[in-house]
Design a protein around this ligand. Structure first.
Ligand code: NAP
Length: 248
């Protein structure tokens, strides 16, 4: 029997990049997966098709997680389609990089709304069914930016540091209910989000990474799948960097 057989997972922003890799890895380990997306329905459908090809059930569900009503409806749709919710991966995220002096209020609001409030919205909706099940795994995708800060990322780093506080508070509140809440903090990972970096900047960034390479979405997915597993039952409130040693 596969480790996550019988479990239902919701991956926010599961249509591309890290979320896509997480959705596929959870499915490989036996889970049924709800793949949330905001804009790219075709990409989400493709992930669903890949999961179905693995012999697992999957469903694509649109929702802007920054909107509390849509986030609640998303969780309700998962319960409707799959009957339960065991694993919530708060992965949806955006960047609106700029130096503080040039950063617009709208850039600050947009990033905090999706990256931080989005995780609050979905978690709030997911916790009640998890409490009824006496089981839950919530994994929030933060970033090394939230640990170290980053030039041009005041909004993004604040949202990702905020996720760590949210995680630790939830971990304390929900421990007695057998719900664990943890953070995975990726470093530089090759996805659409980092594709815009020019090659010379990439080369300079690589020099700061002890393992000497950018990570892959699969590197992150393995860590998330571990925290979702039975082997991680006694781990809660931790921040696990997956960054090639960048943040140590
Ligand atoms: P990505 O390739 O840009 O994908 C972002 C995903 O989030 C997409 O599936 C997108 O859906 C979804 N999304 C965006 N806004 C949303 C919203 N309002 N509601 C629901 N879904 C939304 O990003 P990524 O690189 O895979 O990053 C995934 C997560 O890892 C993010 O939280 C990011 O901050 C974090 N992270 C990434 C890196 C990195 O180097 N890539 C490093 C550290 C942390 P649509 O396609 O439908 O728009």
């Amino acid at each position: 029997m596969l480790a996550l057989e019988g479990k239902v997972a919701l991956v926010t922003g599961g249509s591309r990049g890290i979320g896509r890799a997480v959705a596929l890895e959870l499915a490989r380990r036996g889970a049924e997966v709800a793949v949330n997306y905001a804009h790219h329905a075709e990409a989400a459908q493709q992930v669903v098709a890949e999961i179905e090809a693995l012999g697992r059930r999957a469903v694509a569900l649109p929702a802007d997680v920054g909107d509390a009503e849509q986030a609640a409806a998303l969780v309700a749709a998962v319960l409707d389609a799959c009957g339960r919710l065991d694993i919530l991966v708060n992965n949806a995220g955006i960047v609106r990089d700029n130096l503080l002096l040039r950063m617009q209020e709208s850039d600050w609001d947009a990033v905090l709304r999706v990256n931080l409030k989005g995780a609050f919205n979905t978690s709030k909706a997911a916790v009640r069914p998890m409490m009824r099940q006496h089981f839950g795994r919530i994994i929030n995708i933060s970033s090394v930016s939230g640990l170290m800060g980053q030039v041009g990322q005041a909004n993004y780093a604040a949202s990702k540091a905020g996720l760590i506080g949210l995680t630790k508070s939830m971990a304390r509140e929900l421990a007695a209910r057998h719900i664990t809440v943890n953070v995975v903090a990726p470093g530089f990972i090759m996805t659409d989000m980092t594709a815009a970096l020019d090659e010379s900047l990439r080369e300079r960034l690589r020099e700061f990474i002890p393992l000497g390479r950018f990570g892959t979405a699969e590197d992150v997915a393995g860590a998330v799948a571990f925290l979702a597993s039975e082997e991680a039952a006694y781990i809660t409130g931790v921040v696990l960097p997956v960054d090639g040693g960048l943040s140590m």
